[in-house]
Design a protein around this ligand. Structure first.
Ligand SMILES: C[S@@+](CC[C@H](N)C(=O)[O-])C[C@H]1O[C@@H](n2cnc3c(N)ncnc32)[C@H](O)[C@@H]1O
Length: 333
């Protein structure tokens, strides 16, 4: 499979792979010892530049003292850094194992620990070295295996042990992925953390069903919304009025549970009941399922087709483009 590890047989924690063009010998040595993810290398270069200092001899003494304090503070922070450990928050894309980024796959191959979500491309786990620890974070809608707090603890604790941790998520880590919280937890713990963006299901799942979320002559405007909370619930923070009355495409994630309420609210607040809509379940998988129809009929169509999460809801005239694109998609290659 795509993440095969043939020849990847180094010791745990080692950062393998070819030396980068442009890297210095010292950086390459440090990298191969597993001590420096890329951010640290940049940080060190910044440090070296800072410590060279004195390029501008005319600078104000107060400014010099400020810089010295900065250098001291950075040196202290560096002293507290874990040796060798790192965390990468990797967006795995919408589920197909070949839709992860090159960088994401590279870090996955280097990881000692992989903390994986339910909607991440789990087929990639088959290609990991046998000694890699796999922590299942679950994240099923109502059955979390680990709480967010526990996930934060696991990634920080493993990195502090000097291990390379990949936090493998579905889609993009920063789109309804709680990646920001994990990045903040790493920052608070002084653990080096790299964010590897992923292909978000918000745009990729419609694309895989032949629906462009923007289209010249139809719309230049797209809004991505969480449908996790019923719009009539006091805890809803989405501005449904703005979403309903805007002109563009509406993409709703996590919206199957509250689909009936969402469509009713959108229509009540101004979206025409006849607006084309589609629901795509398990986008990109061999089991992908699409239902389409006017907004007012979508809840009934979804119920009829027994569509369960995960699914992306697309509302807007762009849905009609699918009819033409679908004909092209007949020609598989
Ligand atoms: C918690 S959100 C995470 C989104 C993710 N971070 C991203 O950027 O795609 C989970 C929701 O993403 C959508 N989703 C993710 N993968 C999907 C897929 N393969 N097919 C359909 N919907 C998907 C569903 O709406 C699901 O409820």
């Amino acid at each position: 499979m795509a993440a095969g590890h043939g020849g990847d047989d180094g010791h745990a924690g080692a950062l393998r792979g070819a030396a980068r063009p442009g890297g210095t010998a010292d950086q390459d040595r440090e990298r191969s010892r597993g001590q420096l993810p890329d951010r640290d290398q940049q940080w060190n270069r910044d440090q070296d530049r800072d410590q060279d200092g004195g390029q501008d001899r005319d600078q104000d003494r107060g400014q010099e003292r400020g810089q010295e304090r900065d250098v001291d503070r950075d040196r202290d922070a560096r002293a507290q850094r874990p040796v060798g450990g790192w965390v990468a928050l990797v967006g795995g894309g919408p589920g197909r194992p070949d839709l992860i980024t090159v960088r994401g796959l590279e870090l996955l191959r280097r990881a000692d620990v992989v903390v994986v979500d339910r909607l991440a491309p789990r087929a990639l786990l088959d290609g990991l070295r046998p000694e890699v620890e796999i922590v299942d974070a679950g994240k099923a809608p109502h059955g979390h295996n680990l709480t967010q707090e526990q996930i934060n603890q696991v990634i920080v604790e493993r990195a502090r042990r000097g291990l390379g941790v990949v936090r493998l998520k579905g889609g993009d880590p920063f789109v309804f992925g709680r990646g920001g919280e994990e990045a903040l937890a790493c920052a608070a713990a002084g653990v080096p953390c790299e964010v590897v963006p992923g292909v978000t299901s918000a745009t990729a799942v419609p694309a895989l069903a032949g629906i462009p979320v923007t289209h010249r002559g139809i719309t230049q405007d797209v809004t991505i919304v969480s449908g996790h909370v019923d719009p009539s619930h006091p805890g809803s923070t989405v501005d449904w009025d703005a979403v309903a009355t805007g002109p563009g495409t509406i993409i709703i994630l996590m919206g199957i549970g509250a689909l009936e309420q969402i469509t009713a609210e959108l229509i009540k607040r101004g979206r025409p009941a006849s607006t084309p809509a589609a629901v795509i379940r398990d986008g990109g998988s061999g089991d992908q399922q699409v239902v389409a129809g006017p907004l007012a009929d979508i809840p009934a169509l979804v119920a009829q087709a027994a569509i369960q999460p995960p699914a992306v809801i697309v509302i807007g005239d762009v849905v009609t483009v699918r009819n033409e694109i679908d004909t092209l998609r007949q020609k598989e290659f």
